[in-house]
Design a protein around this ligand. Sequence first.
Ligand code: PMP
Length: 354
Amino acid sequence: MSRFWSETTRNITPYVPGEQPRDKIRIKLNTNENPYPPSPGVLACLRELANEDLRLYPDPDSRELCETVADYYGLSAEQVFPGNGSDEVLAFLFQTFFGPDDLIAFPDVTYSFYPVYARLYGIPYREIPVREDFSIDFSGYPGEAKGILFANPNAPTGLYIPPAEIEALLRARPDTLIVVDEAYVDFGNQSVVPLVKKYDNLLVVQTLSKSRALAGMRIGLAMGHPELIEGLNRIKNSFNSYTMDRLAQAAAICAFRDDAYYREINGRIIRERERFKETLRGMGIPCTDSKSNFVFASLPGLKGPDALRLLREQGILVRNFAGNPRIADWLRITIGTKEDMDRVVEAVKKIMER
Ligand code: PMP
């Protein structure tokens, strides 16, 4: 600790990202990356653009990318905001819409970065308990909350809320900003993006890290009413107007154009997820009905960190959130290839038989 650290820097407990291993892990299923490569079109476009034009600044407005995303969802470019990964988009939205007098509420089991941002930016927040089965109960959210934020499907439970329930929330709370983090929506679910045309209190956040296999490029999006997007741009331009680099903008555009490829690889992930859930349940292992690219499971009779270690000893890396007592004994296992998941099943069998 340096004496120059501010009080916030001294007091913050930073988010701990999933490990990027340097040792002999053979199967990496801990950070929900896509097991398949980006589309051939994305790779070709990156190769072509890695040229002398990189001396030039990128388009600060990412106009072509905004137009591409707008076309994809039937919106206008003014309803789209891109950033360096959805983590950055989330950072901008905390700063744009909330201050020290604004309460933000989120479920007590959700993406664990949300409370870190709230603390970092000095925003009061409340974590609302999920039900016993981990589902989100919106009736318990405080009336005075200026914002409600949750992931859908939720992380790390994978539980999905259909659009009709979110629309009911938007209608019931017209003065609350409802932020839906759709990082995992493309794994067989319906997005609420079309609702941004109807509700000015909805902001949808997405990422190209998971379903579009571009975690290494850092591309995230927010979609909402033009006035919400205008606010995000005000904050973004106050930090760095050139948020999106040339290659990221181009890769994102190609990724939206190569939709057929992504539907195919994500279809494989969805089928593997269903097969893996069924296999685990058949072995007497509880798991939630995840609609994401991961499965959330609890190995009977084992503490979460022990289960994590026993899998690691067999070269398989998964994720456990021991810091949250409600889910301390659960594991989040990213869906990899069929071969990866067969190896996981074998490893789990060994652990259960020991
Ligand atoms: N939201 C949720 C729910 C996530 O799980 C993640 C991935 N850790 C993110 C946002 C951030 O994704 P990225 O910054 O790679 O876009």
